[in-house]
Design a binder for this molecule. Structure first.
Ligand code: GDP
Length: 186
């Protein structure tokens, strides 16, 4: 079953391992989830800013939950709403014992944002294994891919134990590698 939660009382209770997905709104998080599970619109794409944001737990064959964490950096929501999301996300990331790893999505076409860097610093501080996924790589010319890799590595100061994967929901590039990383960490 799939679940939505705003507080820890509502988290699933089966004890399956969880992998959380984090990223700015519009980075391609829903598209990544849909690609991973071979569905066109399982996760809803482009969540409306200002709407109630919840943690969405997607049950993967009763073995794993992929946890869609609301996008950070909402331009259109109030400061209070932002703080509430912050508390919810922080509580989840810092207290959830079945959380085995996080995937942080960054837009492969641009430099990682301050929010991307802060989010990575936050999960690193808590020693949560992390895979950085650079999305929308179908929009980046092949001869620029090495540049994307070095830009992201440099900006985010990726720890040796964490990973970086280039990805495209359009071409499915990187799908198997993301699954391999998840399976290794669950
Ligand atoms: P979310 O807000 O992070 O869940 O982002 P969505 O998955 O809803 O994607 C936001 C927009 O980016 C949509 O218009 C998607 O079609 C587009 N998008 C997402 N992933 C890719 C990708 O890999 N390549 C391209 N070209 N567009 C993408």
């Amino acid at each position: 079953m799939n679940l939505s939660a705003v507080s820890s009382k509502q988290y699933p209770s089966e004890g399956y391992p969880e992998i959380a997905l984090l990223g700015r709104s519009n980075v391609g998080k829903s598209s990544l989830i849909n690609t991973l599970i071979n569905r066109k619109s399982f996760a809803r794409t482009s969540s409306t800013p200002g709407k109630t944001q919840t943690l969405n737990f997607y049950n993967i064959e009763d073995q794993l939950y992929l946890v869609d964490v609301p996008g950070y950096g909402f331009a259109k929501v109030s400061k209070k709403q932002r703080e509430e999301f912050g508390v919810m996300i922080e509580e989840y990331l810092t207290t959830r014992d079945v959380l085995k790893g996080v995937v942080i999505l960054v837009d492969g076409r641009h430099q990682p944002s301050e929010d991307d860097i802060s989010m990575y610093q936050f999960v690193s501080y808590y020693h949560i294994p992390t895979l950085i996924v650079a999305t929308k790589m179908d929009k980046v010319k092949g001869n620029q891919w090495n540049k994307t890799i070095s830009q992201v590595k440099k900006a985010m100061q990726i720890n040796q134990t964490d990973g970086l994967q280039l990805f495209s929901s359009d071409t499915k590039y990187g799908k198997e590698e993301v699954w391999d990383w998840i399976e290794k960490h669950m």
